[in-house]
Design a protein around this ligand. Sequence first.
Ligand code: COI
Length: 355
Amino acid sequence: WFTSQPYPLESPNPTYSDEEYADVDWDSLGFGLMATDYMYITKCCEGQHFEEGQLSRYGNIKLSPAAGVLNYGQGLFEGTKAYRKENGRVLLFRPEQNAIRMKIGAERMCMASPSIEHFVHALKQTVLANKRWIPPPGKGSLYLRPLLLGTGPVLGLAPAPEYTFLIYASPVRNYFKEGSAPLNLHVEENFDRASRRGTGNVKTISNYAPVLMAQTTAKKRGFSDVLYLDSATKKNLEEVSSCNIFIAKGKCIATPATNGTILSGITRKSVIEIAGDLGYQVEERAVGVDELIEADEVFCTGTAVGVAPVGSITYQDKRMEYITGSGTICQELNDTISGIQTGTIQDKKGWIIEV
Ligand code: COI
């Protein structure tokens, strides 16, 4: 089944010492895929539980042409990051939240899913096996991409008879080509991202290809990405293709409530909590597109994106500009959450797991 030899779990990475780094130009990392050493993989039949899997050399997997994921999009993905501390320790940020989200998504998509403990254990194994690919402190992180796929063959529309849980990894830094510079968003009016009672709130792979057309068009026009409105009224903000959105005015921060169409981002949830602790009034509610006119700041949150400032939003040919840079709420939140994630700020919330 594997295209390469399975690798035993007991000795994850014998070839490389704990201190060794992969041969990477750490200063030029973006968000491109870099093949690392190992991936974690396990599979199970429909109606059964996932058994502990194994590490295998990173490489292609064989799939039936009739696999549920290929034919009917029965698949979920997650994203989380591992960070290297100055003292060499490796940290994961709230990985159980990814496990919970995958479990909820799997129920929605009629898929078997790994237990929370299994998911976190598998993440740790993947991180340890690829330790030399974790960037030095301050240079980025190791992005972990858990996948849950319907890999069994189906011809008629039905849940696949077999599922695969897989995790691969890639070192990353800035998601957008803008680096840490402010993003310029365009409000999308021709396409919707999600509909009421659809799957907008789960991380199914089938939510992502449909945004590519609007994104590509916007990028050609010089925008960083697009901001979606709710499909029912076109009056409220939803999210950006790959991340959640927040607006700020004075000491008040608002973000669209997760009403079933919006992905419940782990960075979103953490930023809401941190902002409350820092004394901001945080509201999860319908955020009108007209509120973009009065906002002082707008920012995006996501695992890949981090907490990213938005410099402008264009809606119906009107460009609105926002405060960015030092002294902003966005920067304060970004500094706080990334400090917790990288271990430079003490984690008082139990969010960090040492691998
Ligand atoms: C993440 O932020 O980890 C995501 O999964 C978004 C993806 C489009 C890169």
